[in-house]
Design a protein around this ligand. Structure first.
Ligand code: ATP
Length: 262
């Protein structure tokens, strides 16, 4: 399908308009705009202090914006907490991953949202381990997340596998959107590649992905849309294939330093 037609026909799953957020004297966001579409990876990039984390925390309900509007599926929303945002089918994978190392992958996937047995056993609070394990394996298979030992502790997995467990968990619960904060920051080359492939598969499954990253190569490889923040404002938006590393660096640094080594 023609790229422009495809883009135009997809409603933004999440949109931020004119977001302002101050911390005391520091104006972290100054009328920031942002748009993410279903089935696409939207990268949010910017230099240190540009406002990426602040914007994602507004989008994920951790902060309330001082001014501005949030829309989900085109409808204005006013989330008061992260739980409100999760209720819209939007999950966030933070840098610490929020995994319990002593638990297995499936226990992590269902942590705090355990499935109960039916009937009296369910009423007594007995969890349905078999169903949780089967569902987890199904989701991991669909996303091609390969974990050899489903009964082993998450702490024994590699960094890339732990990241994959956290992303697959988010994708399983998210009906709309997954936000990821620097998912490849701590990974080596091979693990980065497999996490990028997973991010692509999550978007291809039809939900939106927001990717915050410092890594220009990753962003150029996987993102359908790249939105650049500088000093709390969106200064540029590129579609896939429209920008080079030099273009991105230039936008991030107000054109003062277009010199890049990669
Ligand atoms: N809780 C806070 N209290 C005070 N100032 C804050 C707070 N959070 C962010 N800031 C300030 O707001 C500005 C934007 O920060 P933010 O963390 O959103 O940027 P960022 O683009 O995510 O940066 P980085 O890549 O370094 O994480 C910075 O000047 C930062 O110091």
């Amino acid at each position: 399908m023609n790229e422009n037609v495809k883009t135009a026909t997809r409603a933004p799953v999440m949109e931020a308009r004119g977001i302002h957020k101050a911390f005391g004297q520091v104006q972290a966001l100054r009328g920031a705009e942002f748009k993410a579409r279903a089935g696409e990876v939207t990268a949010l990039i910017g230099d240190n202090g540009a406002g990426k984390s602040s914007l994602v925390k507004v989008l994920s309900g951790v902060y309330t914006a001082d001014e501005g509007e949030l829309l989900i599926d085109g409808k204005p929303v006013r989330p008061g907490s992260p739980q409100d945002v999760r209720a819209y089918g939007i999950e966030t994978v933070y840098q610490d991953l929020a995994l319990a190392g002593d638990l297995t992958p499936y226990e992590n996937v269902f942590m705090g949202r355990e499935l109960r047995r039916s009937g009296v056993l369910g009423m007594l609070g007995v969890v349905d381990r078999g169903r949780m394990r089967d569902r987890t394996e199904e989701v991991f298979d669909a996303l091609n997340v390969r974990i050899k030992d489903h009964k082993g502790r998450v702490a024994a997995l590699s960094g890339g596998q732990r990241q994959s467990v956290a992303i697959a968990r988010a994708a399983m619960w998210a009906s709309h959107l997954v936000m990821m904060d620097e998912p490849t920051a701590a990974l080596g080359v091979a693990q980065t590649q497999s996490v990028l492939e997973l991010i692509r598969r999550v978007a291809d499954s039809g939900i939106g992905v927001i990717l915050i990253s410092h890594n220009m190569t990753d962003v150029l490889e996987v993102a359908d849309s790249i939105q650049v923040l500088r000093l709390g404002t969106r200064v540029a938006t590129f579609r896939r294939g429209e920008a080079t590393v030099a273009d991105l660096v230039k936008e991030m640094t107000s054109g003062k330093s277009a010199e890049v080594n990669s």
